[in-house]
Write a protein that binds this ligand. Structure first.
Ligand code: B12
Ligand code: SF4
Ligand code: SF4
Length: 306
């Protein structure tokens, strides 16, 4: 297909508010599939059974979408310029969930991009994916040239660091392709591994069952004794990204104000968090990714940090 269509897709994506776009050929990914299956067999997914249930699709894009020819990978910067030290509470709250739910924000923009593309290319078939589809977002972002998977396992870009949400459009047409991001710019740094308070990181590998983000968001039920160390985090955890020199040097405040913190996130005290009830939770986190942990999960986390 013509180079101009790939360029038009990128221009349209930037107009819609995406900060990074790359396009890559859909291929089998046997190495990543094997890594995923080994990781699952070692139980590093904890109670995230949904990861194992769709492992064949997640490890092989053709199983998910047999007609796929190209993957358009997109990144959106969510760095609001605020840090944990500005929170008026000892409770820490991950910055990715300070504003609106990124799934909704990215999905609606991906649908707009797909609708536009369908007008340009009548008959085209495509799927919009953000996080919840059985697709390895970071693997495709690296293949499409957006950046590399750092030792903390998140995708880092040269120009924004790692504070980026990722999504893709899978389409059944050929396009012009970007080069794989083949450099590993972590070098000899191990800041993320050293800073992780629960030793949840190996090099380029996460033991999710130990990760505070997993424990506060994905883990269901009570914490057993050895899972009670949340290090003041009540939702998610940002430590490995906060210490990354690529974020220290290259973070840019996002142009997308959906992700700026709600005033309560900045102003609430420990007592405010401890007083939150189900109704208050529903109001505060309407349209937010925090719904995932439900009221029971958030209050469990608040209590574990008291
Ligand atoms: C499951 C999941 C989690 C789990 C597991 C994290 C993980 N790294 O997999 C938990 C709940 C812990 C989690 C936490 C977070 N998540 Co999350 N998560 C996902 C999800 C749904 C799937 C990721 C996946 O496939 N994991 C399976 C493992 C095997 O994959 P992997 O770690 O990438 O493994 C690769 C390599 O590490 C390597 N590998 C694996 N094992 C080994 C072993 C060795 C020895 C070696 C060398 C390599 C190696 O091979 C794998 C394949 O290439 C994706 C969305 C998606 N659909 O992709 C979001 C996603 C990765 N999460 C995201 C975010 C924002 C977060 C948090 C920052 C949220 C927070 N602040 O609390 C944290 C970050 C924690 C961290 N350090 O990774 C973003 C990351 C954006 C980015 N710039 O990279 C994503 C892409 C969502 C999105 N669409 O934007 N997440
Ligand atoms: S998110 Fe927190 S607990 Fe999880 S790997 Fe990073 S530093 Fe460790
Ligand atoms: S902290 Fe260092 S090792 Fe970890 S991801 Fe960033 S550059 Fe790589």
């Amino acid at each position: 297909m013509s180079e101009s269509l790939a360029n038009c897709i990128k221009a349209k994506a930037h107009d819609l508010g995406f900060h990074k776009v790359g396009i890559t050929r859909a291929v089998s990914t046997p190495k990543e599939k094997e890594n995923l299956e080994t990781w699952l067999s070692l139980g590093h997914h904890g109670t995230m059974l949904w990861l194992a249930e769709r492992k064949h699709e997640r490890g092989d894009i053709y199983t998910y979408f047999p007609d796929v020819k190209s993957v358009i990978s997109l990144g959106m910067n969510y760095y609001s310029g605020h840090g944990q030290s500005e929170l008026n509470s000892d409770n820490k709250f991950s910055n990715y969930a300070w504003g609106e739910d990124y799934h909704d924000v990215l999905k609606s923009k991906l649908y707009k991009l797909l609708s536009w593309l369908k007008i340009e290319m009548p008959g085209l078939n495509g799927i919009a994916c953000v996080d919840t589809s059985p697709v390895m977002d970071k693997v495709w972002a690296q293949r499409a040239g957006l950046g590399w998977q750092g030792k903390h396992t998140n995708l880092i870009t040269r120009d924004y660091g790692s504070w980026l949400f990722l999504g893709e459009l899978l389409v059944d047409i050929e396009l012009d392709y970007d080069e794989l991001f083949s450099e590993d710019l972590c070098g000899s740094c191990t800041a993320c591994i050293d800073a992780c308070p629960t030793q949840a990181l190996g090099e380029y590998e996460i033991y999710a069952e130990k990760c505070i983000s997993y424990l506060t968001i994905e883990h269901r039920g009570d914490f057993s004794d050895n899972h009670s160390e949340l290090h003041h985090w009540i939702y998610g955890c940002d430590i490995c990204q906060e210490v990354c020199p690529w974020n220290e040097k290259f973070s840019q405040v996002t142009t997308q104000n959906y992700f700026y913190p709600k005033k309560e996130i900045l102003s609430w005290t420990n007592e405010d968090w401890e007083r939150i009830d189900e109704e208050g939770f529903r109001k505060l986190f309407k349209g937010s990714a925090v719904k995932r942990t439900k009221y029971s999960g958030l209050s469990r986390n608040i209590n574990a940090n008291r």
